[in-house]
Design a protein around this ligand. Structure first.
Ligand SMILES: [Zn+2]
Length: 70
């Protein structure tokens, strides 16, 4: 497996796929776990990585909407 690639079985559609850890973005992370949002087909997964870039947890988000604080 190439470096930085993680294998995941999607909890929504049960497909297996590889995704690339956003190593550049993780460089600036000060606190762990860090949430990484992955778009898979028409749904979203939230993966939590610990400081060793190991998968700590996975959550399912049926949709992702960005909101701004007012
Ligand atoms: Zn999926």
């Amino acid at each position: 497996m190439a470096e930085g690639l993680k294998w995941l079985q999607c909890p929504v559609c049960k497909d297996s796929f590889n995704w690339k850890v956003p190593a550049d973005a993780l460089k600036d992370v000060k606190r762990y776990p860090v949430a990484v949002v992955i778009k898979h087909k028409d749904h979203y997964l939230v993966c939590y990585l610990d400081s060793h870039q190991q998968l700590a947890d996975t959550e399912v988000a049926a949709a992702l909407i960005e909101a701004e604080e007012q």
